[in-house]
Design a protein around this ligand. Structure first.
Ligand code: NAI
Ligand code: MG
Length: 481
């Protein structure tokens, strides 16, 4: 029985769930319970949406942009002062290696820094129209934003969604993932300390099917942002449709890394293995398919195998390349992919190894490189969300593009070639939201607009693009004669 937690923050007050119910918080490192969160549900969501609605009246939305920016800068500074505490908490809650956790917390601070600087630069347009008219288009806040984020990068998702929402004068209700809410509670407290007014950020911890569903279906929410599985994405979009509100959906991918025979192999192999083992492969933009030109197949795959066998998996404090996955369900899911592929005769090219700190009760998975993987195999089509990499050979540019575009997803692509004309030709043909050429920034780059096409979702977060999502254009036509 969990102890009663007080992790719900509404209208500037911390509280327990009205039902009194809490949920155990388990660490993926050892499966041990180390805390509890409140199990908020519909009544807490109703209350939080009400508080966010009331806060829209001011002072946040009426404050000058630069003043909002100053408060957000203060939040950024507070986060930087507490990088270590926040990183330790994030590592315990998600299992990520401590260096990766520190990087995530610094990224969270960067989101608030970046959007603080944007808060007084939300520009409109003056449009040419008929003689005697003045037409302006201004960007106004959406209103109450419902934000539902996943467990893989909880702190940085807090910044990625709340940063642009706040810069543009909205108020928010955040529902973090039940598997990793701890850093979001700390960050909410820091935002309050930084001077974000009461009711502007409301936090309701709880289960997806309870608090999450209630938030997405709430008739008084003006905008929804969701990152998570495509299945839940469909539920969110259906709820948004019923209430006629817009939504941004970021639903993962099966992102290709395309390696041509003229690539810088060392750099490519190192980056590709680094990206698929970062956060134990639980990154929506992880490059989980490696498309290798046949003429270089043996040479490149040997290098990839070497890098994969060097990967060590362990507890966050051992600070290796790879930690555990988030929970038992995810561990079983990822191991299922590995076992089915083996049983089906797909060759294991290389595997990483478990360190002594990877204890039996933790949710550790051995990173695995498979290949050649047939293009219709589930390892070539489905998101594993674990440290599993599928190698697929291709003949020429046209085939590389066809395979790259041949899944239901379209989030990111990596392109490895020194041929400048080919870089641009292929980049233009890929149906994805981001292309990295001779580098790959899974999760990184606050400045870079991010989001997918097809089953990867729609809408853009990060960068200045996100400001468009969190605002709505109003056209004002004045006839002055
Ligand atoms: P999920 O999609 O169920 O959870 C993501 C968020 O949605 C969490 O905050 C959860 O509480 C909430 N949620 C769940 N059900 C909901 C509902 N009915 N209404 C409203 N909100 C709801 O993802 P889950 O179950 O944790 O992981 C399953 C798979 O989804 C993973 O194995 C992975 O393949 C994928 N995934 C992708 C992510 C990405 O970054 N694109 C992040 C997390 C999961
Ligand atoms: Mg789920």
């Amino acid at each position: 029985m969990a102890t009663q937690a007080r992790t719900i923050f509404i209208g500037g007050e911390w509280s327990a769930a009205r039902s009194g119910a809490s949920l155990d918080v388990r660490s993926p490192i050892d499966g041990e319970v180390f805390g509890a969160i409140s199990r908020g549900e519909k009544s807490e969501i109703d209350h939080a949406v009400q508080a966010a609605r009331a806060a829209l009246a001011g002072p946040w939305s009426t404050m000058a942009g630069f003043e909002r920016g100053r408060i957000m800068s203060r939040l950024s500074a507070l986060i930087l002062e507490q990088v270590e505490e926040l990183a330790q908490l994030e590592a315990r809650d998600t299992g990520k290696p401590i260096t990766q956790a520190r990087t995530d917390i610094r990224a969270t601070a960067r989101y608030f820094e970046f959007y603080a600087g944007a808060a007084d630069k939300i520009l409109g347009d003056v449009l040419p129209f008929l003689d005697g008219f003045q037409v302006t288009v201004q960007r106004e806040p959406r209103g109450v934003c419902g934000l539902i984020i996943p467990w893989n990068y909880p702190a940085s998702m807090f910044g990625r969604t709340i940063g642009p929402a706040l810069a543009t004068g909205n108020t928010v209700v955040l529902k973090p993932a039940e598997d990793a809410s701890m850093s979001c509670t700390r960050l909410t407290a820091l935002a309050h300390e930084a001077g974000v007014p009461v009711g502007v950020i409301n936090l309701v911890t709880g289960l997806g099917e309870e608090a999450g569903a209630a938030l997405s279906q709430h008739p008084d929410v003006d905008f929804l942002s969701f990152t998570g599985s495509p299945e839940v994405g469909t539920l969110i979009q259906t709820a948004a449709a019923k209430n006629h509100v817009p939504c941004v959906l970021e639903l993962g991918g099966k992102s290709p890394q395309i390696v041509f025979d003229d690539a810088d192999f060392d750099n490519a192999a190192k980056t590709i293995v680094g990206v698929i083992t970062q956060n134990a492969g639980q990154t929506c933009s992880a490059g989980s398919r490696v498309l290798v030109q046949r003429s270089a197949y043996e040479r490149f795959v040997a290098l990839l195998a070497q890098k994969m066998s060097d990967v060590r998996v362990g507890a966050p404090q051992a600070d290796l390349q790879c930690g555990p996955v988030i929970n038992r369900t995810q561990q079983t899911k990822v191991q299922g992919f590995i076992e089915r592929a083996r049983a089906g005769g797909v060759e294991v090219i290389a595997q990483g190894s478990l360190d002594g700190s990877a204890v039996e009760t933790g949710y550790f998975v051995t990173p695995t490189l498979f290949g050649p993987v047939p293009t219709d195999h589930e390892l070539a089509q489905d998101e594993v969300f674990g440290p599993v990499l599928a190698v697929i050979p291709f003949e020429d540019e046209a085939e590389a593009v066809a395979i790259a575009n041949g899944t239901a997803y379209g989030l990111v692509a990596g392109l490895w070639t020194e041929n400048g004309a080919r870089q641009m030709r292929v980049a233009k043909k890929l149906r994805v939201g981001q292309v990295f050429i001779n580098n790959y920034g899974a999760g990184g780059g606050i400045e870079l607009p991010f989001g997918g096409v097809k089953r990867s979702g729609h809408g853009r977060e990060k960068g200045l693009e996100a400001l468009k999502e969190y605002t709505v254009a109003k056209t004002i036509v004045l006839k002055h004669g």
